[in-house]
Design a protein around this ligand. Structure first.
Ligand code: CA
Length: 425
């Protein structure tokens, strides 16, 4: 069996060179065409391959011992484990290839039933989110935020270079792209004010992160070793960790953010598997100080993935790009995050979601939230139509995109697009 990311693979489905979803990608999502029966599909060009239909035709019966793709979530499939993920991916790749004696290509009736144009589909949350953990793994982000809050001398906390800092977040408010965000309210106490007051947030922000999805967990008391972490991770999504900075500033001491971040976390509808990202693995820069043994990997790798945020105000006809960063700027790898999360024996479960933290890089345009882009409002963002932004305004739309690309193809993540709506009441 050849590699599913071989650039020579061609699909019988026609698509453009710049598609986000060539046959080398094959990301999983949950979609419906009538709102009634959300089910699992794989994106290919402008289409979705309906895996429920493929499965009902017996084309996975030698791999899967029970149906999993008629369900409105990826969890039962993810729980099957890496060997099954690989076999199913190889089968889907084979069915979509432009080859002779192809059980899908040669079956007009099946093709008609199993291929749905993406414009006729509504995307749903791709998996039932178990628990949500958010890390803080970009050194550039942590340094910028630390500098803004504490000054350059104490920018990084003493623990930061020794362990991937994280906290347990809120899973119930993880939502899929397309769902709008209602401006949250809370307690605010601006610096210099005598008393806190209650108000809609005046500093709503986005944070460009990526999320990794746990496919198979571990038993309580049995940590996941760093070298085995990738076997447990099903794939990656784009993640927008919405933040109310003024609420955060008042409430966060001593236990960290609470209501400032629990109102919404948006993710992209397509889960891109680690297998699809293999051609984009790059060597991780050395860490200094050397990480402790449980965080030390014999071959530390990360991914080269371009990350972009666009803003569309109500005055704009087209969205405008406001930042561009890269996944490779993360200091800690997702393997280290998972190893650290479980080193105490904490058990991960299928569907758990971990955010990487805001992925900022070294240049100004790589700053991945407004707090950094505007240096806490000191340098308002200048938009090309003359508008400025220190914080998100009502009816602003934030669109995040991510893709990995080489000379042959582009592996896209789709997008996370959400509009800010005014506070209620
Ligand atoms: Ca965050």
């Amino acid at each position: 069996m050849g590699s599913t990311t071989d650039p020579k693979l061609k699909s019988f489905i026609q698509y453009d060179r710049n598609t986000q979803f060539p046959i080398q990608n094959l990301p999983y999502g949950v979609f419906s065409t009538d709102e009634k029966n959300p089910r699992v599909g794989v994106a290919i060009g402008d289409y979705i391959l309906d895996l429920k239909v493929v499965e009902a035709n017996g084309l996975f019966s030698d791999i899967l011992d029970e149906p999993v793709f008629h369900l409105p979530e990826l969890n039962p499939f993810m729980a099957k484990g890496k060997e099954i993920w690989t076999k199913v991916r190889q089968r889907i790749s084979k069915l979509l290839q432009d080859t002779q004696n192809n059980e899908l290509k040669d079956n007009e009736d099946l093709k008609k039933k199993a291929l749905v144009h993406q414009k006729n589909a509504k995307m749903h949350l791709p998996f039932r989110v178990g628990e949500f953990t958010d890390f803080y793994a970009s050194r550039y982000h942590a340094t910028n935020v630390g500098t803004i809050i504490r000054g350059p001398e104490n920018a990084l906390q003493p623990n930061w270079l020794h362990l991937p800092v994280g906290y347990h977040g809120r899973a119930s408010s993880v939502i899929v792209s397309g769902k709008d965000i209602v401006r949250p309210k809370g307690q605010i106490k601006p610096s210099g004010a005598e008393q806190p007051f209650f108000s809609p947030t005046r500093f709503l922000d986005f944070e460009f992160e990526m999320g990794f999805v746990v496919g198979t967990g571990n038993e309580l008391g049995h940590p996941i070793p760093v070298e085995k972490a990738k076997d447990h991770i099903f794939g990656l999504v784009i993640l927008n960790d919405w933040s109310a900075r003024d609420i955060q500033g008042w409430e966060y001491r001593p236990l960290g953010p609470f209501t400032a971040k629990n109102f919404a976390t948006s993710i992209s509808p397509w889960v891109v598997t680690l297998e699809a990202l293999e051609p984009f693995m790059v060597k991780k820069e050395d860490q200094d100080p050397m990480p402790m043994d449980y965080l030390k990997s014999s071959n530390p790798l990360t991914y080269d993935i371009v990350l972009e945020t666009y803003l569309q105000t109500i005055e704009m006809k087209e969205p405008e790009r406001i930042m561009r960063s890269n996944f490779k700027y993360l200091y800690w790898t997702i393997d280290q995050m998972l190893a650290h999360h479980t080193v105490t024996g904490c058990n991960m479960r299928t569907g758990d979601l971990c955010g990487t933290g805001t992925i900022s890089g070294p240049e100004k345009e790589t700053r991945a939230c407004l707090l950094e882009l505007t240096w806490r409002g000191k340098e308002p963002l200048q938009l090309s139509n003359g508008e400025t932004r220190k914080a998100l305004q009502d009816y602003d739309r934030v669109i995040m995109k991510a893709y990995a690309e080489n000379e042959h193809f582009r592996i896209g993540f789709g997008e996370v697009s959400s509009q800010v709506l005014p506070s209620i009441g």
